[in-house]
Design a protein around this ligand. Structure first.
Ligand SMILES: CC(C)(COP(=O)(O)OP(=O)(O)OC[C@H]1O[C@@H](n2cnc3c(N)ncnc32)[C@H](O)[C@@H]1OP(=O)(O)O)[C@@H](O)C(=O)NCCC(=O)NCCS
Length: 174
């Protein structure tokens, strides 16, 4: 059986990106703009999804992005991503950002943000395509997989509830 059917270990999808924040990245308060960090999160997550799925994958949803600490100009920010869960064509990617303060590079990096994103693998026509299942190697991966399933259930339930509310709203308008 090939990898596409047998599955790929989570380690296969792991990606780390690092970059130094500069003056163009700041907001009006002088700290790094949340949008700059969100793009960094999306970039690293996209790389993990592409690795796991072996091709193009698009961002379908971003949720639970949490900013834990402000980031400053000169800080060295590391982004870690891995595929936590796979469905038929969708994948949940977990991302963690840490920062080494500019005046203490080499010190233990501090966590500055976490996020969960859903990517969908697509073919050349942009239609969803099947992804290999993730193979869970250790208890941490198994925990992340279980938590990702809970988030997926919540996402789908929220989507269903919103669609239902919208259709009821339109029925009232009719
Ligand atoms: C994401 C996209 C390919 C899904 O296409 P679609 O025809 O709606 O696909 P389906 O309804 O068949 O769903 C495909 C999968 O995506 C999942 N999915 C789709 N929208 C989702 C959402 N908002 N949240 C979570 N999962 C979602 C479905 O649950 C399904 O998962 P599964 O195959 O693992 O069971 C399509 O909506 C799209 O192209 N969106 C734009 C993406 C984009 O431009 N991103 C920004 C730049 S990368």
């Amino acid at each position: 059986m090939d990898e596409q059917h047998r599955g790929r270990p989570i380690a296969h999808s792991r990606v780390t990106l690092s970059k130094i924040m500069t003056a163009v990245d700041v907001n009006l308060y002088g700290t790094v703009h949340g949008g700059v960090l969100m793009k960094f999160v999306d970039d690293v997550a996209g790389a993990a999804a592409a690795r796991h799925s072996g091709g193009t994958a698009v961002t379908a949803a971003i949720d639970e992005i949490v900013f834990l600490q402000p980031v400053r100009v000169g800080d060295l920010v590391h982004a870690y991503a891995q595929v936590n869960w796979t469905g038929r064509s969708s994948m949940e990617v977990g991302v963690k950002l840490t920062a080494e303060p500019w005046d203490a590079v080499g010190a233990t990096p501090i966590p500055v943000a976490t996020a969960y994103l859903v990517f969908v693998a697509v073919d050349v026509a942009g239609n969803p395509r099947r992804v290999p299942p993730v193979l869970l190697d250790d208890p941490e991966d198994q925990r992340r997989f279980r938590e990702a399933m809970i988030r997926r259930d919540h996402r789908l339930a929220r989507r269903r509830a919103i669609r239902k509310a919208r259709s009821e709203h339109h029925r009232i308008d009719d």
